[in-house]
Design a protein around this ligand. Structure first.
Ligand code: PLP
Length: 294
């Protein structure tokens, strides 16, 4: 989906004590080249990003996305983003998403090779139509991520808990899922625990209990999952973060992949296991996720 709007942010300005950051933004033509060929984001995937859902001109869960951007920056030794500057950039971009569903991307890169400062920009685009995934559901396959559960602590430089721009592996996993006749994948650890999807969190229902893998450094803490757990808790359901063995996928009663733009996609099958879709509950999830949320 091509962007409708793009603005570059001058992150060098982010440390001063101003309250209006308009002068640190440069609106650029979203269809024209804007990056230096020596950008480390494009050369090495060295940077971080966020994708924020927009519904009828309201950017969803801005605070949670900015918190995760700051967490990723910390893990990647990037300068801490100035939250107020990014919030104002999001507000400007939101005004250009139009009615219906949109997506705003925040990108913070290491910058130009040997350059003095990071490069930062924000884009706004219309969201793709996700109706089919939300209503008919998706089939997923489990794919070994190749790391065991000890990897995040043993090798923090793998940046497993950061939302980095290095998504080539995630995209390869989705292609592999499609080659195997599925729509998407669930990564599992090499020692047999459920992790996350390449672009979404996993929520599983076992009886009356809704469970997601503990975000203990190996996976992203999904803003949509956090929000849906608030919703489920408020509706009287039990929710929990837990270690989920891959073998336990055989006993799930229902499952979803959830993320900021596709929202809640019910899972119809995991590998050779067929699952019934709870259409009513899924519709209530997506109605909630499409309502304005801060
Ligand atoms: N896990 C991964 C690897 C992701 O890329 C994403 C979203 O892009 C998520 C989980 C879900 O995060 P959120 O709900 O904040 O979109």
């Amino acid at each position: 989906m091509s962007s409708r709007f793009a603005l570059m942010i001058d992150p060098a300005e982010s440390v001063d004590d101003r309250t209006d950051f308009a002068e640190t933004f440069t609106v650029v033509d979203p269809s024209a080249p804007a990056l230096n060929v020596s950008e480390l984001s494009t050369q090495r995937g060295d940077g971080i990003f966020e994708s924020i859902g927009v519904v009828d001109g309201h950017a969803q869960e801005t605070r949670a996305h900015l918190d995760r951007l700051a967490h990723s920056a910390d893990l990647c030794d990037l300068p801490a983003p100035n939250t107020e500057q990014w919030r104002q950039a999001i507000a400007l971009a939101t005004a250009h998403t139009g009615p219906g569903e949109g997506v705003i991307k925040l990108i913070l890169s290491r910058g130009v090779e040997h350059g003095p400062a990071p490069t930062a920009w924000v884009t706004a685009a219309q969201a793709p139509d996700n109706t089919a995934a939300r209503t008919r559901g998706i089939r997923v396959v489990t794919l070994d991520r190749g790391y065991d559960s000890g990897a995040p602590a043993r090798a923090p430089w793998l940046l497993l808990g950061a939302k980095t721009l290095s998504y080539a592996v995630n995209m390869a996993a989705i292609r592999e899922a499609k080659r195997r006749g599925a729509d998407d994948a669930i990564f599992v650890s090499s020692d047999g625990f459920v992790l996350e999807a390449p672009t979404a969190s996993v929520i599983l229902r076992f009886g009356d209990r809704f469970v997601t893998p503990e975000p203990a450094g190996a996976i992203l803490h999904g803003t949509t999952q956090i929000s849906l757990f608030d919703y489920l808790r408020a509706s009287g359901h039990e929710v929990a973060y837990d270690e989920i063995a891959t073998a336990d996928l055989a006993t799930v009663d229902a499952a979803w992949l959830v993320s900021s733009v596709r929202l809640a996609a019910p899972i119809r099958g995991i590998d050779s296991i067929e699952l019934a879709i709870d259409a009513g509950l899924t519709a209530s999830f997506n109605d909630y996720l499409l309502s304005p949320r801060d």
